[in-house]
Design a protein around this ligand. Structure first.
Ligand code: IVH
Length: 676
């Protein structure tokens, strides 16, 4: 072949590779299989090997090895990027305000001022400034660890590279939303379904020059870590942002009272379609930073903010069938397969029916015409049945009394707290013995908050199960990658990606590990409590040899329900085997006492009676912030019983018996050196 022809062929292949690489790394929609993609790379590399004069900056030899998950460097956020809880109605807002008022123990007429900020539907980003210079920009990632997308963010003209204001903090992480305006989106000749995807795709380009091609905007609204920020309210922070040269949402307002929040919500909803950027609700934040600090956080969202989503969309459809899905805890969830309808731009073909009681209460039957609602990110559900349109021959839906997966009896448990039978019917088999439960357990095991195995999606779990590659969680760590390489849709690159993710996941924190086991009633918060108390996986494993779990009742937050569930878990031989195998293969980080140097270090507390000007939850969080721990039983392990108004006599008597120090609220405040 002539040199020119070879060069042309090479160029053509590089162009093709560049195109597919973009599709692949963008994660939008790869157009060729992984195997073909790998083949293309091999052909280019072969040509380069044979003809030394062939060179290109876009060659896979230059960018090979940067797997999608490693496309950008991962960096921990100094302060995690949290999410917001949602409100859909005025009632939700009233409850939100009530919860706040209860927490700070104020009366109903306490006036709370909010910063109401229309919620732009884009991609959040964190911009770290040091000595007035934009130093590093991160994506949200999983909230605790983001990707370094500095170079891409630098192409956005709304993001200042240098701040020339005297009062700009020494160090600050400015956070906000990257988005694309609707008018700009329309002008783009692109393959993205909506502006949000376009913003996300372009922000994750490997080459910042590609990011630059799309006119991205940035609006700032909050901050993470800071040193030297001197403002007391969100309103004044937003004003400062503007002074410093950031764009802020022009529709932000400060508002007092739920009624006024509702008025503002309705007027913004009316103009929603006329605004040049997509908004999906309004974020309300308590304006006063001191009050925000007092309220703190619950799980991974602040207590002081909420996102009020725009009203639900709904539509009429027909139930074609009712499927029964089996969850990780054995719960049987009925799902209506409906005639596909478009609700607010999304095609809906499934709607949850929640549980057996819900079907009976609404008398939902196959063939019915129904009103379907899709609100925010919540799974669509059926609001009502149009009985006038019902076929007279239709029959009541009979809920299965046998598990459709393993044939075991299905049962409704008695709930000792509500003193009623559960609304949910469950498969009575124990965990991994039921195929569907086992698959769901493994899906949970690999999920984001658990082992977070990148690229190990639900479909892969199902497929590997079918192929007998995994039956129990530990099988993931013994996968035969040579075998996987030969499967359809898999190539060298994708196999090496997944292998990398699995290896990475072997280093895991103790709390994530407990959570990953998917024990009923042990969600992330309870897993955290257990890990803190037990300290090591060996101590956790030792529970399998115990008959009496009552010691765990000392953990504030762990009750009879959790104890019962843990006992159940450890009484199952397969569970114990799974646990034993996993502990042997993994490197589970024991809980080390970190930054536990507060005033109440190594001291245990119990609260009884009503405190003044502070809810129980706030007192608990205050004690914990100062390194004390709360226990929920009076025993010789208890150091202090804090008594408020009308304490439980039984607890006070028991405390006296065990010689526990009894303190009132003032004495506790003195110990704490007052709230900061
Ligand atoms: S504050 C803990 N303010 O909403 C505070 N978020 O579900 C959380 N968002 O990931 C962020 N507009 O992407 C905040 N004015 C605003 C916002 C906003 C949009 C997004 C953001 C975040 C998500 C929270």
């Amino acid at each position: 072949m002539k040199k020119e022809k070879i060069k042309d062929l090479y160029k053509k292949k590089i162009k093709e590779f560049k195109h597919h690489n973009l599709l692949y790394f963008n994660k939008n929609n790869p157009k060729i299989s992984d195997a073909d993609f790998d083949q293309l790379k091999i052909e280019i590399l072969d040509l380069e090997k044979k003809y030394k004069y062939l060179k290109s900056k876009d060659s896979p030899s230059k960018i090979l090895g940067s797997k999608p998950s490693k496309n950008f460097k991962k960096v921990f956020h100094k302060v995690p990027m949290l999410s917001l809880s949602n409100a859909f109605s005025e009632e939700d807002l009233l409850n939100f305000e009530k919860r706040i008022i209860n927490y700070i123990d104020e009366t109903k007429d306490f006036r709370i001022e909010y910063s109401a900020e229309p919620k732009i539907d884009g991609i959040s980003a964190s911009l770290i400034y040091k000595n007035c210079k934009f130093e590093r920009g991160l994506s949200r990632g999983d909230g605790s660890e983001g990707e370094d997308i500095t170079e891409n963010l630098k192409t956005i003209t709304d993001i200042p590279h240098q701040i020339n204001s005297k009062d700009f903090p020494h160090e600050i992480d400015i956070r906000g939303e990257v988005f694309i305006q609707n008018s700009d989106f329309k002008k783009l000749e692109n393959k993205f379904a909506n502006p949000r995807n376009a913003a996300s795709g372009s922000l994750r380009q490997k080459n910042p020059d590609d990011t630059k091609k799309i006119p991205l905007k940035f609006i700032a609204y909050t901050f993470g870590f800071e040193k030297g920020l001197k403002v007391n309210t969100q309103k004044s922070f937003l004003e400062k942002l503007r002074d410093w040269g950031f764009k802020i949402n022009p529709l932000n307002k400060t508002i007092i009272g739920v009624k006024n929040l509702m008025d503002n919500y309705h007027s913004i909803e009316k103009i929603r379609n006329d605004i040049d950027f997509d908004i999906d609700g309004i974020v309300y934040k308590i304006n006063d930073f001191k009050l925000q600090k007092r309220l703190g956080y619950v799980a991974n969202a602040p207590r002081w903010a909420i996102a009020h989503k725009f009203s639900a969309n709904n539509g009429i459809s027909k139930i074609l069938d009712i499927d029964i899905q089996i969850g990780r805890t054995g719960a049987l969830t009925p799902v209506a397969k409906i005639k596909p309808i478009n609700i607010g731009g999304v095609v809906v073909s499934n709607a949850t029916l929640h549980n057996e009681d819900e079907i009976n209460r609404k008398d939902i039957r196959i063939g019915d015409t129904v009103l379907v609602e899709r609100a925010g990110d919540v799974i669509p559900h059926i609001i009502s049945v149009d009985f006038k349109k019902r076929n007279i021959k239709s029959k009541k839906f009979l809920f299965p009394t046998k598990c459709p997966s393993c044939g075991s009896k299905t049962i409704k448990e008695f709930n000792y707290v509500t003193k009623k039978k559960d609304a949910v019917r469950r498969c009575s088999s124990e965990g991994y013995e039921c195929k569907k439960i086992a698959i769901e357990k493994i899906k949970h095991f690999v999920s984001k908050d658990a082992f977070n195995i990148d690229g190990f999606g639900k479909k892969i779990v199902e497929n590997f199960w079918k192929l007998n590659l995994i039956k129990l969680p530990q099988d993931i760590f013994y996968l035969d990658f040579e075998k996987i390489k030969k499967l359809e849709g898999w190539g060298r690159q994708s196999v090496s990606n997944i292998k990398y993710s699995i290896d990475n996941s072997k280093n895991i924190s103790f709390e994530r590990f407990i959570y990953a086991l998917g024990i009923r009633h042990i969600g992330f918060e309870n897993a955290k409590l257990l890990s803190k108390h037990l300290k090591s996986p060996q101590n956790f494993f030792a529970l399998s040899k115990l008959d009496d779990f009552t010691e765990l009742l000392n953990i504030d937050g762990i009750g009879e329900t959790q104890i019962k569930s843990l006992k159940n878990f450890f009484s199952n031989k397969i569970n114990v085997k799974v646990l034993d195998d996993l502990i042997k293969i993994l490197s589970i980080k024991n809980v080390t006492k970190s930054r536990d140097n507060g005033l109440l270090k190594n001291k245990t507390f119990m609260l009884t009676g009503k405190l003044n000007g502070m809810s129980r939850a706030e007192a608990k969080s205050l004690i914990e912030k100062n390194s004390g721990s709360i226990i929920s039983n009076v025993s010789n392990k208890l150091d202090y019983l804090i008594i408020g108004d009308k304490p439980t006599k039984r607890k006070v008597d028991a405390a006296k018996e065990f010689n526990v120090k009894i303190l009132n609220q003032n004495e506790l405040q003195n110990m704490l050196n007052k709230r900061s």
